[in-house]
Design a protein around this ligand. Structure first.
Ligand code: PHE
Length: 357
């Protein structure tokens, strides 16, 4: 074997033997570094005769290239093996039980949404959804709120940037647009609830810019206001877990329902503690009414044939009432101590059979 062949074989052996990227780097310096063995051979070229150089030059350069390639290939292999090793050693067994000192909790809003869904599912409602960013039409127009309607002022709407055609999308100010989307996508009869986020530019003790509502929509040929009252009463009893509940239906106005009612539930304050169901005080929990014929038509149904009711309820609000949470803003501050105090176990889902809370 020539001197060069021996050198190459030695280097290839050391590259193969390098067990880590650090060891491989050391081999690279010993071979191709300034004082490395390959570099040393290249320096000898200067002292050679032109004839010698003509064969030795290309041979040495080829050797250098082959060694560099071998190092690169080895580096890739080592990196891959290192990744494999990390993937193997850093796996997390998600089936292990939670460590109690680190267990997370379910946010009261999520808990209440699950409770509301469980109650209405039991009454034959399914769950519908819609986007948070809505067109003006779904949030207002289709709900019988034309552009100059004064009801728009009540909504403290967040608008998005104007589009080239002059229109502006909005953050939905209520879950009512889901009424229209559901009618468009389904044939009657309809029986849905739509829980989700809603947005209004408003912030104080009882208002946050993002909050939650649950919408309900029932449409068929015979549903009337008695059904609305009965459904709401059944819901309130189940949700607040009381046998009897005082409710008050107050005449009100929404452009998308006619007639419209706001619903209050009876309550009392005893020693600073709120009691739901009975008493001489009232708490407003939702807006409701018989769906306006214009809305039924906007949804694509014949208002001469179809009728029904809708309501929209504040989820954060009923969560505060049921669980005695005094300040709405705390819901969205992500304070760990608050979450530990008011949060719910992550392993027990609310069901009517096993208890809601
Ligand atoms: N969308 C109304 C609100 O946000 C509530 C509502 C829904 C009223 C459905 C009547 C019918 O205030």
């Amino acid at each position: 074997m020539s001197e060069l062949e021996t050198l190459e074989q030695d280097l290839i052996d050391s590259i193969a033997a390098a067990g880590s990227e650090t060891a491989l780097e050391a081999v690279r310096v010993l071979a191709l570094g300034k004082k490395g063995s390959v570099s040393g051979q290249l320096k000898k070229l200067g002292k050679m005769s032109p004839e010698e150089r003509q064969t030795a030059g290309p041979a040495l350069n080829n050797l250098k290239v082959r060694i560099a390639e071998a190092i690169e290939a080895r580096r890739d292999t080592l990196a891959e093996a290192a990744l494999e090793e990390r993937l193997r050693s850093e796996t997390v067994d998600v089936t292990l039980p939670a460590r109690p000192e680190q267990a997370g909790t379910i946010h009261p809003v999520t808990q209440v949404m699950e409770e509301v869904i469980a109650i209405f599912a039991d009454m034959g409602f399914s769950v519908a959804e819609g986007p948070h960013i809505e067109t003006d039409w779904y949030n207002f127009g289709a709900l019988n709120i034309p552009p100059e309607h004064p009801a728009r002022q009540d909504h403290d709407t967040f608008y998005l940037k104007e589009k080239p055609d002059g229109s502006r999308m909005v953050l939905r100010t209520h879950t009512s647009p889901v009424q229209i989307r559901t009618m468009e996508g389904q044939e009657p009869p309809i029986r849905i609830i739509a829980p989700g986020r809603t947005f209004r530019a408003d912030s104080d003790m009882t208002h946050t810019p993002m909050f939650h509502q649950v919408e309900a929509l029932v449409i068929d040929e015979t549903t009337h206001m008695g059904h609305l009252k009965g459904t709401l009463e059944a819901f309130c009893k189940a949700f607040f877990e009381v046998d009897d509940i005082k409710m008050r239906f107050r005449p009100s106005h929404f452009p998308f329902t006619e007639p419209s009612m706001e619903v209050d539930i009876g309550c009392s304050w005893e020693n600073g503690e709120l009691k739901i169901g009975q008493g001489d005080d009232w708490l407003e929990i939702l807006g409701s009414g018989m769906v306006h014929p214009n809305v039924i038509a906007a949804g694509g149904y014949d208002p001469e044939r179809y009728q029904g009711y809708a309501f929209g309820m504040g989820i954060d609000r009923i969560a505060m009432l049921k669980y005695g949470i005094p300040d709405l803003r705390a819901f969205f501050e992500a304070d760990l101590r608050w979450l530990r105090h008011y949060g719910f176990s992550a392993v027990s889902m609310p069901t009517l059979a096993e208890g809601l809370s």
